[in-house]
Ligand binder design. Structure first.
Ligand code: UDX
Length: 441
């Protein structure tokens, strides 16, 4: 009999995982405690912008014309427990308010809601990013005969569907051979074919995820630190990144200097990692992450100063500032810890008249920062602006016509916080173009 799968938590991770499991041929039941989410998903609608996810969902959600009917949703833990052989826990682990540690309340509540109902012989698989040691603790909450495995997920927002169906690697942390066998059965699908599989213990599996994200954050802050040195020395960080990247031990990826990393993962993961290392008495091992965080936050401030300087120094009062970008990265509507909105907010709080436009992040941005100005297009945001800040590198912004924008801007000053626009094209159209970590002309 084919295994039946439940997915607990239907955010970026869970919704994508549920749809992907249905795509692989499993019968899937997705569970969430937020009724609006369940209603939307049941209609085949995705509560966030994620390219390709809605199509995949509609292909499988029961009740949608032409669907396989393999994917359903519920809010009932007892129903989920009765249905599934394998339960994936995909709830989020945000940063605690006012602390560095991560908030485990959603994970804890998922386990304690499932535990009283879960069937003997079932496998519970944690996918959420958690502090090392959590799996060991959570295993004790499960009844006798129910196995636990930890199986971190490495998907990127904006590429969630592709990353889930074609992972670089599968990592599983297990405490028994039976758990390993069950999880191997789940991945004995095209998803697992040819994909490296790393089988290890609980703590290592948990650490793989936080170590990978720390490494990525380190790479970005490294190049941003080089940008600071380039700014001081008159160098060009984009050329520097190109040149060091040809060494394939370094590589070109994740070396784009700019206003730095944000989102719901990297910033909170490195902070939670430091907090956990402190609890374990290993804080010295991760003090460098504090520096990674500092460099990252400093670049947001540097962007604000670059804008101030472009406006002739002094206060932002009475100045019109156009901000292109609100999402923390392109192809996403996620504004959690978005560097773009942080910069926009800082300038607004200093008296600037800020108008933001983002292709997909507007609704979330309005909710988070209702006092900023918003426009319906890049052209409208730029109309009358004294300076334009490019802060999220959407393709739509790379394809803008500098001459068309130049005709409506009050001054042709473009500050590229993502090092992603074609400098020559903007300069040719009469713009003063400046990017972070690069000479002015
Ligand atoms: C990240 C990890 O990449 C993913 O493996 C993990 O599962 C979750 O966290 P995500 O948060 O979706 O994924 O975004 P990512 O593509 O990693 O970008 C993170 C941030 O770094 C963005 O704000 C992006 O703009 C920034 N970034 C990325 C840079 O500033 N420079 C770069 O060169 C690359």
């Amino acid at each position: 009999m084919a295994l039946k799968i439940t997915v607990i938590g239907t955010g970026y991770l869970g919704a994508t995982h549920a749809a992907a499991m249905a795509e692989l041929g499993f019968e899937v039941l997705g569970l969430d405690v937020v009724p609006e989410k369940i209603e939307m998903l049941t209609r085949g609608e995705v509560p966030m912008y994620e390219p390709g996810l809605e199509e995949l969902l509609r292909k499988h959600v029961a009740g949608i014309e032409g669907s396989t009917g393999r994917l359903r949703f519920t809010m009932d833990f007892a129903e989920a427990a009765a249905f599934g052989d394998v339960h994936f826990v995909c709830v989020n682990t945000p940063q605690k308010h006012g602390e560095y540690a991560c908030d485990m309340s959603y994970v804890d509540s998922a386990f304690s809601s499932l535990a009283p109902h879960v069937q003997p012989g079932a496998l519970v698989v944690g996918k959420s990013t958690v502090p090392v040691g959590s799996a060991q603790r959570l295993a004790a909450l499960l009844p006798e005969g129910v196995e636990l495995a930890w199986n971190p997920e490495f998907l990127r927002e904006g590429f969630a569907v592709n990353d889930t169906l074609h992972p670089d690697r599968i990592v599983i942390g297990v405490g028994s051979e039976r758990a390993e066998k069950l999880l191997r059965d789940v991945y004995a699908t095209p998803l697992g074919e040819g994909t490296p599989l790393v089988v290890t213990d609980f703590p290592t599996a948990e650490l793989v995820k936080t170590a990978a994200n720390s490494f990525l954050a380190t790479k970005i802050s490294f190049i941003n630190a080089m940008a600071e040195v380039c700014e001081a020395a008159g160098g060009d960080v984009a050329k520097l990144a190109e040149a060091i990247g040809y060494d394939d031990r370094i590589g070109h990826k994740f070396l784009r200097a700019g206003i730095g990393f944000g989102g719901g993962c990297l910033p909170k993961d490195i902070r939670a990692f430091m907090a956990r290392a402190g609890e374990l008495g290993a804080d010295q091992a991760l003090t460098f992450l504090r520096e990674i965080d500092s460099v990252n936050m400093r670049r947001r401030g540097a962007m604000v100063e670059m804008a101030r300087e472009a406006l002739g120094g002094g206060a932002f009062l009475g100045k019109r500032v156009a901000v292109l970008g609100a999402a923390f990265k392109p192809d996403s509507d996620d504004v959690r810890d978005s560097p773009a909105l942080n910069v926009a907010g800082q300038i607004h709080l200093q008296g600037g008249q800020v108008t933001v436009y983002d292709p997909k992040g507007m609704a979330n941005a309005r909710r988070l920062f209702p006092t900023l100005g918003y426009a319906d297009s890049a052209l409208e945001a730029v109309r009358g602006a004294d300076v334009v800040l490019h802060l999220t590198e959407w393709r739509e912004f790379r394809e803008l016509d500098p001459a068309e924008l130049g005709a409506v801007a009050s001054a042709r000053v473009m500050l590229d916080g993502r090092n992603a626009l074609d400098a020559a094209a903007w300069r040719e159209a009469g713009w003063s173009y400046r990017a972070m970590g690069r000479p002015s002309a």
